[in-house]
Design a protein around this ligand. Structure first.
Ligand code: GLP
Length: 239
C-alpha cells in the first residue's frame, strides 16, 4: 500500500483525477469502479475539465458503480445514478449502456458476473465512510465478499442525507453494494479521503490492523493500493 499525502483536498482530488485520466490514456477500454460521496465531487469536476480539454476520452470506458440505494423511484434525484449523471456521466462521452449500477431487484451475483464478463475491474476508485465503510460494506463481524443487499447504519444514512435535502427520513434503509471481495479483485485500487472528519477513520483503516469492523482496512491486503489523503485526513497516521 502506498500512501500519498497532499497539501490540500483539491490537490488530492486533482491527483486522483489525473490517475484516472492517465489510466484511460494507457488503456482506452478501461473497466472502472466508481464511488459516490461528497469527497468525489471535485474528482469528477476535474475529470470533466480534462475531458473538455481532450485529455480524457471515455468512449471505450466501462463503469461499474460501487453501490446504489434500494427502493427509490428511478427518477428520484437521490439515487447514485442521478449523482453520477449530475457530476460525471452527463458531461463525458461514455457510450449508452457503458455505465452500470448494482441491481436492486435481484441477487447481486448478476452484477459480479457482469463485471467478470467485462474482464474485471482494472481500476476501482473508492472513498471511505466515517465508520470505515467502503462502498456500502458496513462494519460487521463478517463481511460479504460478493455484491449483496445491505441494511444501512444510522450514521451512514445521516451522512447521505445531503442527497435528500438533509431529510434523514427520506434516506433509504437498504442498499446494494459490491462486496469487499469484488472490490479486492480490482487490479488497482485508489482510495481518496480528505478533511479532518476522516482523520480518525484513516488511522483505524491504515494504521496496520485489518478488521471487518473497519471494512476499508481490508484494502491493506491488496497488492496495488494507493491511498490519497490531504494533510488533515492524514493527521494521526504515524509517518
Ligand atoms: C457513501 C458511499 C461511499 C462513500 C462514503 C463517503 O456512503 N456509499 O462509497 O465512500 O459515503 O462519502 P463522503 O465522501 O460524502 O464522505
Amino acid at each position: 500500500m502506498r500512501i500519498l499525502v497532499t497539501g490540500s483536498s483539491s490537490i488530492a482530488a486533482r491527483g486522483v483525477a489525473r490517475f484516472v485520466a492517465r489510466s484511460i490514456q494507457a488503456h482506452p477500454a478501461l473497466v472502472l469502479g466508481l464511488p459516490t460521496g461528497r469527497t468525489m465531487i471535485p474528482v469528477y469536476e476535474t475529470l470533466v475539465a480534462f475531458h473538455r480539454r481532450g485529455q480524457a476520452d471515455f468512449r471505450r470506458v466501462t463503469t461499474f458503480n460501487l453501490d446504489e440505494f434500494i427502493g427509490l423511484p428511478p427518477m428520484s434525484g437521490g439515487t447514485f445514478r442521478a449523482f453520477m449523471a449530475r457530476h460525471l456521466f452527463a458531461h463525458v462521452n461514455l457510450r449508452r449502456g457503458a455505465t452500470h449500477f448494482p441491481p436492486s431487484e435481484s441477487d447481486g451475483s448478476r452484477y459480479d458476473a457482469a463485471i467478470d464478463r467485462a474482464g474485471g475491474l482494472d481500476l476501482c476508485i473508492v472513498g471511505i465512510g466515517a465508520n470505515g465503510h467502503v462502498g456500502f460494506n458496513e462494519p460487521a463481524a463478517q463481511l460479504s465478499a460478493v455484491t449483496h443487499r445491505v441494511r444501512l447504519l444510522p450514521a451512514t444514512r445521516r451522512a447521505n442525507a445531503y442527497l435528500f435535502g438533509g431529510r434523514m427520513r427520506d434516506v433509504p434503509r437498504w442498499a446494494m453494494s459490491m462486496g469487499i471481495g469484488t472490490i479486492l479483485q480490482a487490479r488497482a485500487i485508489v482510495l481518496l479521503a480528505t478533511g479532518p472528519d476522516k482523520a480518525a477513520v484513516v488511522r483505524r483503516a491504515f494504521g496496520g490492523v485489518v478488521t471487518t469492523r473497519v471494512p476499508a482496512s481490508l484494502l491493506q491486503t491488496h497488492p496495488n493500493v494507493l491511498v490519497v489523503l490531504d494533510r488533515t485526513a492524514a493527521r494521526g497516521l504515524a509517518r
